[in-house]
Design a protein around this ligand. Structure first.
Ligand SMILES: *Cc1c(COP(=O)(O)O)cnc(C)c1O
Length: 359
């Protein structure tokens, strides 16, 4: 077979790494293992949410409500935004893909801070557009002065991640407002607030407040983290009608299953109870960060359900040491590791590794 006979794909796919499924941690001695690598919520589903989802499974022979109307109406009431300003999809990552597909093609540029969410470079590359990555500041925050300087007449989209995955700091309202004043009105600004519910810093921007009088701002939120529905894939976007219409044009039909829609509605109804769990995770985060700092680790502030370990060249070895204790974390080789705040036993195992690590 010659190159001539091979099926051809768009050249922008050439440098995209194919997803490699990770191994769950395993221990030969049978002691429990913990996954602190995907920022999941360690709590099992609330009984009421599980019951509602189970009941919805009985209609699996039917397509879901393509308009997701009950979920949109529940979100509309919860956040005081019109239904026409809301879209749902199979996770907020799907919404990001739709927004980029709707906005970008070869030759266009997408500006975002780096390091940030690992899905961003892949999502941009698949459109054929070019990523313009602007280094974080020394304290792992967005550098908006440098981001404003990186805008060109080819910039179509700016991605802002607050709290920033994987480093943890939030974007403050005042800094984002002055940045937005420097962004041309025809450039879409995506505010990714996947960890919003874990934030305890009053100066933090609230995307849903900010989008109201800014037609080029769209906010992404998710049920995957604080609401504990990662396995069901539901996220939502809040933006003005033209942005939402563009998302809907790109969306896969019937993406969000009836079970997922039902679980999301039930989760919003059980929000008070779910947010108590978030509060407990925030308390664990405070404990973990305090103990790391007491042990001499220079970790950045975090307002999410994870902490960033700036390990540099030791990253992979540290991740292996954690794995040996039954804890899987997320290494970014040569840079650092992201460790999810999980159940206290898991956090204790991780803290044990961190305390005994020689630097
Ligand atoms: C987890 C995460 C998401 C949400 O992903 P889903 O597709 O909704 O599960 C989005 N953005 C960031 C930065 C995340 O860390």
């Amino acid at each position: 077979m010659t190159a001539h006979d091979e099926v051809r794909f768009r050249s922008c796919l050439d440098d995209v790494a194919a997803y490699k499924p990770g191994k769950p941690p395993e221990r030969a001695d049978g002691r429990p293992t913990y996954k602190l690598s995907s920022n999941e919520n360690p709590y099992p589903p609330l009984p009421g949410v599980l019951a509602a989802a189970t009941e919805a499974a009985a209609s699996m022979n039917r397509y879901p409500d393509m308009g997701a109307l009950e979920l949109l109406e529940t979100l509309s009431a919860r956040f005081d935004v019109p239904v026409s300003d809301l879209a749902v999809a199979t996770g907020s990552v799907a919404l990001l893909y739709h927004l980029l597909q709707a906005s970008c093609a070869e030759g266009d540029e997408v500006v975002y801070a780096w390091r940030s969410f690992e899905a961003y470079p892949i999502a941009v590359q698949l459109t054929g557009a070019t990523s313009v990555q602007v280094p974080l500041t020394d304290d792992a925050r967005h550098d908006f002065k440098a981001m404003a300087a990186a805008l060109t007449d080819r910039t179509r989209v700016v991605l802002v991640c607050t709290p920033n995955n994987p480093t943890g700091p939030v974007v403050h309202r005042d800094e984002l407002v002055s940045f937005l004043d420097a962004v041309p009105r025809n450039v879409l600004v995506v505010i990714d607030e996947a960890y919003r519910e874990f934030v305890r810093e009053p100066a933090t921007v609230d995307g849903v407040e900010l989008y109201r009088d800014r037609p080029n701002v769209v906010v992404l939120r998710t049920f995957s983290k604080a609401y504990g529905l990662a396995g069901f894939r539901v996220g939502y976007a809040v933006g003005h009608a033209p942005v939402i219409t563009a998302i809907r044009k790109c969306a896969l039909p019937f993406g969000v299953s009836e079970i997922a829609q039902t679980a999301a509605v039930a989760s919003l109804k059980a929000e008070a109870e779910l947010l108590e769990r978030v509060e407990a995770l925030v308390a664990e985060r405070t404990r973990v960060v305090g103990e790391l700092r007491a042990a001499g680790w220079d970790v950045p502030e975090t307002h999410a359900n994870f902490v960033w370990m700036p390990l540099g060249d030791d990253t992979v070895a540290f991740a292996e040491a954690a794995q040996a204790e039954g804890v899987s974390i997320r290494p970014f080789p040569g840079d650092g590791a992201r460790v999810t705040i999980g159940e206290p036993e898991a956090n204790d195992l991780f803290l044990g590794v961190a305390r005994s690590w020689r630097r």
